[in-house]
Design a protein around this ligand. Structure first.
Ligand code: APR
Length: 257
């Protein structure tokens, strides 16, 4: 275990760069911290203004939607609206660069804001869903073209049930394909980066350990130490928008330069 404060140190340890240069496969796991520098309000931060009289549980559970579908739909519309002018930051772009560096690359994200794809990542596993996608509440199937306007929430064109955002709510399981794939790629990668997540809840608490136990070199990037820091090969303390571009630059710089 090694902890480095990027604001005080000149660069990454030699071993870190060697491991990243030698690696053929890379997995990155991200959380809300990566989007923080873009100004994305966290889930809890979005419960402000006229919404502040409600609890999280009143927005983000199947029970809440059943009870008051209009209110839940409108809150998600409000959040989509908050994201309208938000763009990927240097951290997102560095992760997209990593996908170009490694032929075997996977990104596992808990973020629902879609910023990783906008930055250029393609192999993305969204384990908490995507706020811009919708699905049928009853059939669980993706509904692409909803006719917004007439009714709130819109209705599924197939069965007439309500349409809901395709995000994972409390009391709901994580998506099966994404989670199986995330575990598979984590258990066979050479290097693993866990960035901008408190890593308290599953799967963030688990995947870096799966990778480590399978022999990967595991790096954490966070502005502060987390519960998993002691189990990492290295923790870099700093903003992902600063640390990750420095990392890709160091990997790409010719040895001896
Ligand atoms: N760079 C790096 N790390 C950052 C930055 C930054 N610029 N800004 C914040 N962080 C770190 C914080 O220190 C914290 O550890 O990002 C982490 C964000 O943690 P959470 O808010 O818990 O977000 P996340 O890990 O994505 O949460 C996962 O748990 O709380 C639930 O609903 C939440 O589904 C989400 C899940």
């Amino acid at each position: 275990m090694k902890i480095i404060d990027i604001s005080k140190d000149k660069g990454f340890p030699e071993e870190t760069i060697t491991r990243f240069r030698r690696a053929r496969s890379c997995v990155v796991l991200t959380g809300a911290g990566v989007s923080a520098e873009s100004g994305v309000p966290t889930f809890r931060d979005a419960i402000t203004g006229t919404w502040s009289n409600f609890n999280v549980e009143e927005f983000a559970t199947p029970e809440a939607f059943r009870k008051n579908p209009k209110k839940v739909w409108e809150w998600y519309e409000y959040r989509r609206n908050l994201l309208k002018d938000i763009n990927p930051n240097q951290g997102h772009y560095a992760i997209a660069e990593l996908e170009r560096i490694y032929s075997d690359f996977w990104l596992v994200t808990q973020n629902i804001d879609g910023l990783h794809r906008r930055a250029g990542n393609k192999n993305v596993l969204e384990v908490h869903g995507n706020i811009y996608r919708n699905k049928c509440f009853e059939e669980n199937t993706i509904v692409d073209n909803i006719s917004v306007g007439a009714e709130i929430p819109p209705k599924c064109p197939n069965c007439g049930s309500y349409v809901r955002p395709d995000v994972v709510w409390f009391h709901e399981p994580l998506p099966k394909y994404e989670m199986e794939k995330a575990i598979e790629v984590s258990s066979r990668c050479d290097v693993f980066i866990v960035a901008g997540t408190s890593a308290i809840v599953y799967p963030a608490a688990e995947l870096p350990i799966v990778a480590k136990n399978a022999g990967a070199y595991v790096m954490e990037v966070n502005i502060e130490k987390t519960l998993i820091s002691t189990q990492m090969d290295i923790t870099i303390l700093g903003k992902t928008g600063i640390v990750l571009p420095r990392l890709t630059e160091s990997i790409m710089t010719k040895v001896g330069k």
